[in-house]
Design a protein around this ligand. Sequence first.
Ligand SMILES: [Fe+2]
Length: 229
Amino acid sequence: MALRTLVSSGKTLGRFSRFQQQIRGLQTFTLPDLAYDYGALEPVISGEIMQLHHQKHHQTYITNYNKALEQLDDAIAKGDASTAVKLQSAIKFNGGGHVNHSIFWKNLAPTSEGGGEAPHGSLGWAIDQHFGSMEKLIAKMNAEGAAVQGSGWVWLAVDKELKRLVVETTANQDPLVTKGATLVPLLGIDVWEHAYYLQYKNVRPDYLKNIWKVINWKYASQVYEKECP
Ligand SMILES: [Fe+2]
């Protein structure tokens, strides 16, 4: 009997209850609002890029993620293991795209709202301890971000078990968790061409050099302090 049938019949046992809830309320995802206007990050990131990036690129990941989840739900209901496995790459790519961009928008802020202001408090101290200085961290992330082949992301993360900062990169739309279950992203920089090509003419290092002027360190600090109180 398919799990869906079990669920709808109400005959599930306690051990199924959590899964039952997930099946009943198949989650669909929607585009999160930005906390600032599209043009608010200019001149660092143009309003045109922000609008396209948010409304077209991020929305497409969400649309395809929802579609893949619905197909997965159908495959499970039908007991179609082959299709369920086949859908994993679409779920990873599009779900990762949604997860990554949702973090990215929070990592940015207009200069009038503190964008680019270096972190004070425990995160600023930890950056100095782990990397030597903010300038050294920026140089490291810029170098690793520029070296990502094709499309991907460069991250500043905290390992919540080891309580230490790390810089990582991920390919395509792989979320940071694929590099380690204990890694929590503080700051993710999108190095896909769609993030900068209209304005920086595909010169990724120029985009990386400038983006620090609108980085929302307040958000990164809040996440860090939650993980390392
Ligand atoms: Fe992107």
